[in-house]
Design a protein around this ligand. Sequence first.
Ligand code: SF4
Ligand code: SF4
Length: 68
Amino acid sequence: MPYIKIDEMRCKGCGLCTIACPKKLVSVSDTPNSMGFTVAVFSGSEQCTGCTLCAEMCPDVAISVFKE
Ligand code: SF4
Ligand code: SF4
């Protein structure tokens, strides 16, 4: 089942991936990481298709897509 991983040390919380996901499976957390950024989080939904749109949109290359 496809899923994504978000590298919290790369993510700057810009929110572009939240717009990119056609399934709305990514959102920006209210809680800042150790760098002070509110980072993107994946809902873990079974609806992820592995389309990679979220990863392609991320300017900081913070998202990896797995199609297992
Ligand atoms: S791979 Fe596609 S469906 Fe899965 S979270 Fe990213 S944009 Fe959404
Ligand atoms: S597009 Fe990248 S940097 Fe922006 S919120 Fe999403 S994962 Fe973070």
